[in-house]
Write a protein that binds this ligand. Structure first.
Ligand SMILES: C[S@@+](CC[C@H](N)C(=O)[O-])C[C@H]1O[C@@H](n2cnc3c(N)ncnc32)[C@H](O)[C@@H]1O
Length: 278
């Protein structure tokens, strides 16, 4: 091999075969630039790239936001298979009939659930800009409902439905026995999460289930990453934090949930899974 030729080792080959990992590496250019002056970042109140990248969730969507929305939604879709694999191995959805995935992006998680559990009527709920781009990319199996709170009753097997809305500001649609929040709660501050959990509790029927899947703080074999990586990431995002199973358990109890379970996963770095019953 000549000196100016490069070859891929085992780790490089893994990256090339996994668009989720590769896109995650590329996405981190924002975090690395935010970490260029770590002291300023840790002191807080500095404008960060990650915060502006994420700002499409906070305000009216501009053209720049639209681009960030599409890029971010693609990143989420590309990294979703490893999350869905963890959730499906840890939890059985055999008793679920109608499921709503809050902040479900392009529907990648619900498609993975539907591939295993065909009987489930699955609906994604996300911000209008995200749903619009999901519709563009999946025109064949998407039914769009811009008016928050209305799902299509003519749901076909394996056809994910989409509802556009803001889960903080708009009423949540009811009639779902299972609501999932996958990589959602850690993105938001405690006041917002407290309000959302209460809202979810109220929209579920008696015996309804809330499923939470995300990396959690202080989980065995992900302690250091939880403490260092996620705290830096959320600091740069200017909102959110990784929460421990114990903290989430307390917040779920305060929202009114009774039976709270933790379902261990093999890769807590990717996600841990908790369920709570109304
Ligand atoms: C970290 S991504 C997770 C996406 C998906 N659940 C997954 O794991 O692949 C967060 C998602 O929440 C959505 N989101 C953020 N704020 C929202 C809000 N107020 N109402 C509805 N969706 C929201 C974002 O648009 C994004 O799709």
């Amino acid at each position: 091999m000549s000196t100016d030729t490069y070859g891929l080792g085992k780790h490089g080959a893994v990256l090339l075969s996994n668009p989720g990992l590769l896109n995650m590496v590329l996405h981190h250019e924002h975090l690395y630039r935010d970490l260029a002056d770590p002291i300023a970042l840790f002191k807080g109140n500095v404008p960060t790239e990650l915060a502006s990248y994420w700002s499409y969730t906070q305000s009216d969507v501009t053209a720049a936001h639209k681009e960030a929305t599409a890029t971010y939604s693609q990143l989420m879709a590309d990294t979703q298979p490893m999350v869905a694999a963890q959730v499906l191995a840890a939890y059985s959805f055999s008793n679920t009939k109608r499921m709503l995935d809050l902040g479900g992006g392009t529907g990648a998680f619900l498609r993975a659930v539907n591939a295993r559990y065909e009987h489930i009527e699955a609906t994604v709920y996300d911000l209008p800009a995200v749903i619009e781009s999901a519709v563009k990319n999946n025109r064949s199996d998407v039914n769009l409902h811009h008016e928050s709170g209305k799902a299509d009753s003519s749901n076909n097997k394996n056809s994910v439905q989409f509802i556009a809305g803001n889960f903080f500001n708009d009423p949540l649609p009811d009639g779902y026995d299972t609501i999932s929040v996958v990589r959602i709660l850690h993105d938001h501050n405690t006041d917002a999460v407290t309000a959302l959990l209460k809202k979810i509790y109220l929209s579920l029927p008696p015996d309804g289930t809330l499923l939470i899947a995300e990396p959690m703080a202080n989980t065995r074999r992900a302690e250091r990453v939880g403490a260092v990586y996620f705290n830096c990431y959320f600091l740069a995002m200017n909102q959110g934090e990784p929460r421990s199973i114990q903290t989430l358990e307390r917040m779920l109890q305060e929202a009114g949930f009774s039976k709270i379970d933790h379902h261990p996963t093999t890769l807590p770095l990717v996600c841990s899974v908790m369920t709570a019953t109304k």
